[in-house]
Design a binder for this molecule. Structure first.
Ligand code: ATP
Ligand code: SF4
Length: 294
């Protein structure tokens, strides 16, 4: 009788997740977290039944809770592990987990050495009750650090369901770092769904016209040279900043039920931004490519 190797806690937890997308960037501040948040919001909107999770492993700079309007929420520890925070309330189709939910205040910082970060990542992967998901989006720290290696090591049993997206801006320094990221994915045999060029031009808040303030097209050129799909260009969109950065927790609101309103507002308002319209095409390509990869 053939014997199967015992499943690791991570493999057991991630058993019912169809696709896992790791979002990477070579440099900080290029919009990796906002792309992760938009990817989750757009995948959620891509079908009335899509179930999406977002895991924020940017341990020293967690911004996903704020971007999804979930700041101030806490994580519930059940007898069967951590229950993620749902951005869409009882529909429970958009689940989120971040170290940000474990900090007392948003300003608190995480000052951990490598082994503690590794343990936290293992706990995130092995202890969160995601249930059945179509997509799990993982936001990572900039560059390729210990966190990335821990993540891939713990997820080795589900490697066949992993893929990645690389986010860059058009500037030469960002592109050079994005290239390092691409070389990392090749070294660890991680499929790349494509490259996104963020902050590529500027959307005029008056007329919606896109102007090229800095150079654009570097991401597309890099994708062509490196024979990686180009997923699209996202301009600087002031509506997006207002939405993702202004989801400040209201000091007067303490009840979780009232706080839930912030997340619903983000879900609704995002779909009205010009970024959401552009991102719809990105997500269409991502879904198509993912079905070929994993
Ligand atoms: N297309 C865009 N239009 C306007 N603002 C954007 C856009 N993309 C990102 N931003 C803003 O730029 C800032 C940095 O973005 P974000 O936090 O996503 O970057 P990051 O690469 O994840 O940074 P970190 O180094 O913290 O990991 C945020 O204030 C975000 O709202
Ligand atoms: S893009 Fe159009 S509306 Fe916007 S500032 Fe220029 S001219 Fe005015």
């Amino acid at each position: 009788m053939p014997t199967h190797p015992p499943q690791t806690p991570v493999a057991r937890r991630l058993k019912h997740i169809k696709h896992i997308v790791i979002v990477l960037s070579g440099k900080g501040g290029v919009g990796k977290s906002s792309v992760s948040a938009q990817l989750a919001l757009s995948l959620h909107a891509s079908s009335p039944t899509a179930r999406v999770g977002v895991l924020d492993v940017d341990l020293t700079g967690p911004s996903i809770p704020r971007m999804l309007g979930l700041d101030g929420h806490g994580v519930h520890q059940s007898s069967d592990g951590w229950v993620p925070v749902y951005a869409d309330g009882r529909s429970a189709r958009l689940a989120c987990m971040s170290v940000g939910f474990l900090l007392k205040r948003r300003e608190d910082s995480v000052v951990w050495r490598g082994p503690k970060k590794n343990a936290m990542i293992r706990q995130f992967l092995g202890d969160v009750r995601w249930g059945e998901l179509d997509y799990l989006v993982i936001d990572t720290p900039p560059g390729t650090s210990d966190e990335h290696l821990s993540l891939l090591e713990h997820m080795a049993p589900v490697h066949d369901r992993l893929s990645s997206i690389i986010v860059t801006t058009p500037q030469a320094v960002a592109l050079a770092d994005a290239l390092k990221c691409l070389s990392f994915t090749r070294a660890v045999n991680l499929p790349v769904l494509g490259i996104i060029e963020n902050m590529s031009g500027y959307v005029c808040p008056c007329c919606g016209e896109i102007s090229n303030v800095f150079s654009t097209g570097g991401g597309a050129a890099m994708a062509e040279t490196e024979r990686v799909p180009f997923l699209g260009s996202l301009p600087v969109d002031t509506d997006l900043v207002t939405l993702l950065d202004a989801a400040e927790p209201d000091a007067g609101i303490e009840e979780p039920a009232e706080r839930e309103g912030d997340a619903f507002a983000v879900l609704e308002r995002y779909q009205k931004t010009s970024s959401a319209k552009l991102f719809k095409d990105v997500v269409g390509t991502v879904i198509q490519t993912m079905s070929r990869v994993g």
